[in-house]
Structure formats: structure tokens, C-alpha cells
Design a protein around this ligand. Sequence first.
Ligand SMILES: Cc1cc2nc3c(=O)[nH]c(=O)nc-3n(C[C@H](O)[C@H](O)[C@H](O)COP(=O)(O)OP(=O)(O)OC[C@H]3O[C@@H](n4cnc5c(N)ncnc54)[C@H](O)[C@@H]3O)c2cc1C
Length: 407
Amino acid sequence: MTPTGPSMNVSATRKRKVLISGASISGPALAYWLHRSGCAVTVVEKAGAPRDGGYPIDVRGTATEVVRRMGILPQLRDAHIDTRRCTFLDADGGEVASLTSRAVAGGAEGQDLEVRRGDLAAILYAMVRDDVEFLFDDSIATLDQSGHGVDVTFHSGQRRTFDLVVGSDGMHSPTRESLFGPEEQFHHYLGYCFAVFTMPNTFGLSRELMVWNTPGKAAALYAVGDDDELHAFLNFHRPEPPVDVLRDPGAQRDLVATVFAGAGWEVPRMVNAMHDADDLFFDTAGQIRMPHWSSGRVTLVGDAAYAPSFLTGQGSSLALVGAYVLADALARNRDHTAAFAAYERGVRKFVAMNQALVDNGAATFFPTTARALEQRNTMLRGLDTMPSATARPAHSALALPEFAPMP
Ligand SMILES: Cc1cc2nc3c(=O)[nH]c(=O)nc-3n(C[C@H](O)[C@H](O)[C@H](O)COP(=O)(O)OP(=O)(O)OC[C@H]3O[C@@H](n4cnc5c(N)ncnc54)[C@H](O)[C@@H]3O)c2cc1C
């Protein structure tokens, strides 16, 4: 008897062809699990290679279990940054508190990982590059779902048809835009703007984070390992997003320089370095919140669907967990509608819990009033004398199913 319908086993049918847009964290992680469940996977990335760089990111709780099941936990442990301390400073650069990073972020001792974003992306890419087709320097131009699959035209001119398409192309996902419309509908602004860039480590910092605060403003220098470069970070409160500067790097530099004019500590040197930086990244802090992540044969994963913002430190963990749950749902359901529904059911509560962490991050690192800053400082001085904080429940709130058996 030929199996039919939603419960039909994947092994009894031809290979599903899946296109993934974006080769950062969620894209290659999804590619790994889809390949493992017997799909023919293509990943298209607009950059010429997996992109390096970025601030260090965290892999925690349930996401640690995902990377363990992928077999890359030992590599990530080797790449772990192991920041020694986090020092908070007042307006003049005087020390408020010096703590372990775990005490500040709430991590599980010996289990959570902090790695360079580029290292995680490279490890994930290495896992799949021999098994999955990568199309670099290209991107999706049009998606047409009127037939029995998704007809895709690429900007290179190539045309192909896939059974499914997944947008893993980040916070400003073009796949989301083409499917669901402009980002403004889904972007939940969190009241901050930030600029990140690298600058020479002329401060002699090593494996540590320095955070300077005044009400509504923060400057941070992050010495990752013993590198001779520092990650610099300037963050400021704005009740409304400065929409007019988001596409104008010159105006972004001017805005940051104006906001931080007259600031103490090393902030003037940081502002000067920002003017010279060739890797400046400016954006608003925000979350993507959508009522649904799928439309027809196309769905979204990672930041494209549910970016939690850097304030939660959970972007990469959600990306890894979301990729696992989506691939598992597809392996169990030949019917993509049922699979996408199972994916949403499986991960939405976890996403909501982690997006809700944003208030903690904002209150700790970026108090906006003098009173909130003083309360924060009192809290930090208290932490100083306490043992490390326990892990946040939201990080581990999802129990992963065993991955669907090999077809
Ligand atoms: C270069 C870079 C630096 C980052 N730095 C930080 C950081 O410092 N701190 C932090 O918390 N998070 C950072 N992030 C975001 C972090 O990686 C994500 O929050 C998280 O890991 C979720 O990953 P994601 O794969 O879903 O999305 P992302 O990591 O945002 O990846 C999206 C990918 O899609 C690609 N892409 C975009 N548009 C298209 C298109 N039209 N066609 C094909 N591909 C496309 C991008 O080049 C990128 O590779 C950075 C991301 C990138 C790409």
C-alpha cells in the first residue's frame, strides 16, 4: 500500500528540496538538521562567504543541548571566550563594581558558552559545506508560490523550483518583507540605538568588559581573549527611533558624536575611533514579533522571525533552537502546513519567554534615569559579595524532542 497524507514517511518519497536564505547561524544549523533528515538543501547567502566578525554571542541552556546533539560542543568549548570580569564605571570612570560575567548575565556555571559570532558561524558552516549546496554572492529576487512548489528567481538570473523556502536572513529579512510586507509592522522598538565597531586595544585590557554609564547612555569596551583589538559599543536611549539616519552612515556617526559630546572616561577616544572605523554597525535595539512565521511553503527562522535583540543575549540560542525544532517538525510531517504549525507550537512559548528577558538586560546595562542607575549600582554592589547568579529559567525552558529518526 502506498502511504499518503500528512503522516506519510519521508523515506517513502523523493527528497524534499529546500532553499535557505542566509548563511549565518540559523541557516547552517537548519541546513545540518534538514540534510540529516534526508532533504536536498541549498543555502543562498548574499555575502561572498560566511561573514566573520560581530560581538561575542552566547549559547545557553536548550541551545547548548542543540550543539551537543550536533557534535560541536567540544569545538565550541575550545572557542569559549571565558571573560574574567565585568567592571562597571561611573560618569568619571570611577569603579562601581567588578563582577564575574556570569554574575551579571545569569549563566549556568561550566555549561554556557560565549564565543565570537564569526567562530560559531564558521564551525556551523564547516559542519555542512560538503553536504549542502551553497550559493554565495547571490540572493532571492522573487518567490512565486502559484504552482506546486516555490519558483525562485535569483538576482544572478538563475531560476529554480524548491518544495520549501526558509528565510534565515536576519532581523531585516528580505524574505519576511517579500512575504509579509514592511518590517515596521513587526519591529518592536526597545528605546535604544547603538553603534558597534572595533578599535585598537591601547588600554591593555585582557579578557574583560568595561561598562561606563550615565543616565540613558552607555559605553563599553570588550577585550575578547588577548586580542589587540577591542569591541567598542556606544548605546543611548531615544524614545523614538531615528528613522532618518538609519540608511546614512555619515548621519549615524554625527548623531552618536553629538549624543556623547562632553562625556567622561575614555568615551572621547571611542568617538574618535568610531569616526575612523571601517566596520561601524549602527542600528536600533528592537525585537521582531509576528503573529505567524509561515505563509504557504515559505517560513522564517532565527532573527528573521523572532529576533529578541542583543539586550536578551539570546539571539543565537533562539536561532539554534528554532532551527532544530523546525527541522524536526519537517522530518515528522510530510505536509509542510502541519510541519510549520508544529514548529510554531513547539517554539513560540520559548521565544516569548526569552523576548520577555529584555527588561532585565535593559535595566542592568542601560538604565535611563539617575534613579534607575543608582538602583542598578546598588544591585551590582550587592552582587559583588554574592556567589554567581543562577541560570535564567527562560534559557532552558524548552525540552527538546529526540530528533526524528533517520529516514
Ligand atoms: C556580520 C554580523 C555581525 C553580527 N554581530 C552581532 C553582534 O555583535 N551581537 C549580536 O548579538 N548579534 C550579532 N549578529 C546577529 C546574530 O548573529 C543573530 O542575532 C543570531 O545569531 C541569529 O542569527 P540568524 O542566523 O538568524 O541571523 P543573522 O546572524 O543576522 O544572519 C543573517 C544572514 O543572512 C544574510 N542575508 C541577509 N540578507 C540576505 C539576502 N537577501 N539573501 C541572502 N542572504 C542574506 C546575512 O548576510 C547573514 O549572513 C550579527 C550578525 C551578522 C550577520
